[in-house]
Design a protein around this ligand. Structure first.
Ligand code: BF8
Length: 644
């Protein structure tokens, strides 16, 4: 019986890998891995999630207040106010602002680390400048003298000025000038132009302290401002400076899903967000002495694979294969073929340490920001980066001999993907179609023409996580297929991008499931129908893209037939992103409702009133099909309003 099930499964998998990989095929494989884990008494997110259900209704609706020690206060019909007298709308809004501020701080602190790494670059150092042209352009944009300067001296000055953006006492963020004139005026009129990045996080904490703000509209406006300080501040610097140091991504082929783990090789999984560590691991993975060491322990070599946004960073620049996204992190260890899990910051399950102990896997943490149980801590820093990376690689390679080869199970599923679509790469690719190259940075004219003519009905920026509340990857992949059929092109980042890659949607051949318009564009421009724009901090690339398109079209962002979507989001960072995306004038559709259900006032501000403020608002819809319909309808409404 079991043999029959296995052979049916194998047949389905081999068919699936020829083209798109269906979710139920992936799930069948994950179930096998879970069974392996259970034999070893390993914990899993599935059982932990079941143990946590049903969730606390007070927390889920945002009506529990813990910001002072008089409580916790929980709002009910019997107790409509907290002890301080704050009503439910103030409590829900304060919680929402704190959630946003935490997300903004997290992205921006990542950006700050990247600024410090840029400040460490040196001709003979661990980190070098790989895109000097981008550095010079950015320096000129910031009014920094570039003529006759040593490139590293220039990098250090730009990094210093970038760090100033975190705490400068006066003025607003430099990158705001990249937005359309109308956007800048909207932000100024609303009073939400972000000042220094840290100040917006700090002000958010201050405003939500006991005895400060309890007016929901005031609190939500600060949430928009804190979000903007992330998207147009910390995240944007994270992206720009990473490109300067590690190279601006360009199209490159890779593969995605657990099948990228190779039984014959030493497998090392890089996981987290900050590319400073993973770049070094990738750079040294092929050092001759380390390859010799790998061979001496019986492996063919070293295979680096990625999870989450660290994966997005190294796949965009080097084509490093993606083992998976957020809810795949445990599965990669369950294969029994992972010599080391090397993590930096964010979205790392603390469960990975205990899970690794069920196998031979080494769980290595590297940042003081993200320290966890059952881990080996190898502190990583810019000055000793090369040495740190080589030590980690050596430890992983030496661990190969401890692997139980008999117990290894690697699902043989992987899909081809073409990734690496930075704004610069997309423009260049479009230019091959029309040769209407107008200046050094190119033009979005071909894209605008495709949208105006209706060949493309519009675009969706799909981003965000997986969430155990919904079937992993299902909403991402189903929505993508639906939008493609309707000639709506997709730009992706974060775990959404990895869903697409795993499902085969980043393969050029996926154009065949799209409408005739997209198919034609893909064939002419030689692009897949969904474009990987990078990690979650790289949503800043999408902000630049839409603002440049709007600018060249001669309209403002809210008029564009473009929407954002995070169908399976779960993190504070995702809410910060949502806030800057709607502030930038892009309607945003969420498949998971934030913790605001307890206040009709806060919900109305986010889903309605925000549109009067910024030209865009949220839509919350948990039904995947309805979510897709709502996006298509909004795009068509915008086309109608434009008269196209
Ligand atoms: O920053 S999409 S699960 S990995 S939070 Fe995390 Fe969500 Fe993935 Fe990247 Ni973004």
């Amino acid at each position: 019986m079991e043999t029959k099930i296995l052979s049916v499964l194998e047949e389905r998998i081999s068919k699936a890998t020829e083209n798109l990989i269906a979710i139920d095929v992936m799930e069948a494989e994950y179930a096998k891995l879970l069974a392996i884990g259970q034999e070893k008494n390993a914990d899993s997110w599935i059982t932990r999630s079941q143990n946590q259900s049903p969730h606390c209704k007070f927390g889920e609706t945002g009506v529990c207040c813990k910001i002072c020690a008089m409580g916790p206060c929980r709002i009910t019909a019997k107790a409509p106010k907290g002890i301080c007298g704050c009503d439910v709308h103030g409590i829900v809004a304060r919680n929402y602002l704190r959630f946003t501020a935490a997300g903004s701080a997290t992205h921006s602190d990542h950006g700050r680390e990247i600024c410090h790494t840029l400040h460490e670059t040196a001709e003979d150092g661990n980190y070098k400048i790989k895109d000097p042209d981008k550095l010079i352009r950015l320096a000129q944009e910031w009014g920094i003298e570039t003529e006759g300067r040593d490139i590293y001296e220039l990098a250090h000055e730009v990094a210093f000025e970038g760090l100033q953006e975190y705490g400068k006492p006066f003025g607003t963020l430099r990158f705001l000038s990249r937005a359309t004139k109308e956007r800048q005026e909207t932000w100024a009129k609303l009073g939400i132009e972000p000042r220094a990045i840290d100040r917006e996080v700090s002000t958010s904490q201050h405003m939500t302290h006991i005895g400060c703000s309890s007016l929901p509209d005031v609190l939500i406006k600060q949430a928009l401002r804190a979000g903007l300080s992330d998207g147009w501040g910390g995240s944007m610097m994270g992206t720009e400076f990473s490109d300067i140091m590690f190279g601006t991504p360009k199209p490159i082929d890779t593969e995605a899903n657990l099948g990228v783990i190779d039984k014959e090789y030493v497998n090392i999984m890089v996981h987290g967000h900050d590319p400073s560590l993973s770049e070094m691991i990738v750079e040294h993975a092929n050092d001759a002495d380390l390859i010799a060491l790998a061979k001496s322990v019986g492996a063919k070599g070293v295979n680096i694979v990625g999870i989450c946004c660290t994966s997005n960073e190294v796949t965009m620049r080097h084509g490093i294969p993606m083992a998976g996204n957020f809810l795949q992190q445990e599965n990669a260890v369950l294969t029994g073929a992972m010599e080391a899990v090397v993590v930096d910051v964010q979205c790392i399950f603390p469960a990975l340490g205990p899970l690794s102990k069920c196998f031979h896997t080494k769980f290595i943490t590297t940042s003081v920001v993200a320290q966890m149980p059952d881990a080996e801590f190898i502190r990583f820093n810019a000055q000793t980066a090369g040495e740190n990376a080589r030590n980690i690689l050596t430890a992983a390679i030496e661990n190969f001999k401890n692997r139980d080869q008999e117990a290894v199970y690697i699902p043989q599923m992987k899909a081809k993907a073409r990734v690496g679509y930075s704004c610069e790469a997309i423009i260049k690719q479009l230019d091959t179609v029309t040769s209407s190259y107008i200046d050094e940075l190119g033009t979005w004219k071909p894209l605008i023409e495709c949208i105006e003519s209706g060949v493309l009905r519009g675009a969706v920026a799909m981003v965000g996580c997986n969430n155990p509340k919904v079937r992993a990857d299902f909403a991402h992949i189903e929505l993508m297929k639906k939008l493609l059929k309707n000639d709506i092109i997709l730009v992706l980042s974060g775990c959404s991008a990895q869903s697409a890659a795993k499902g085969g949607l980043m393969n050029f051949e996926a154009k065949d499931i799209a409408g005739a318009g997209i198919k034609r564009v893909c064939e002419l421009a030689n692009i897949p129908p969904v474009l990987h724009m990078g990690s979650c901090v790289d949503i800043s690339r999408m902000m630049i893209l839409v603002n440049q398109v709007a600018d060249q079209w001669g309209i403002d962002v809210p008029q564009l037939p473009v929407v954002g979507c995070a169908p399976e989001w779960m993190s504070e960072k995702a809410v910060s992103i949502g806030n800057y995306v709607i502030s930038t004038g892009i309607d945003t559709f969420l498949g998971i409702v934030p913790y605001v259900d307890g206040s009709d006032v806060v919900k109305d501000i986010l889903t309605n009133q925000a549109r009067d403020w910024t030209g865009a608002a949220f839509t919350f819809e948990t039904d995947v099909d309805k979510l897709g319909d709502a996006m298509i309808q909004r795009i068509e409404e915008k086309r109608l309003a434009l008269g196209i």
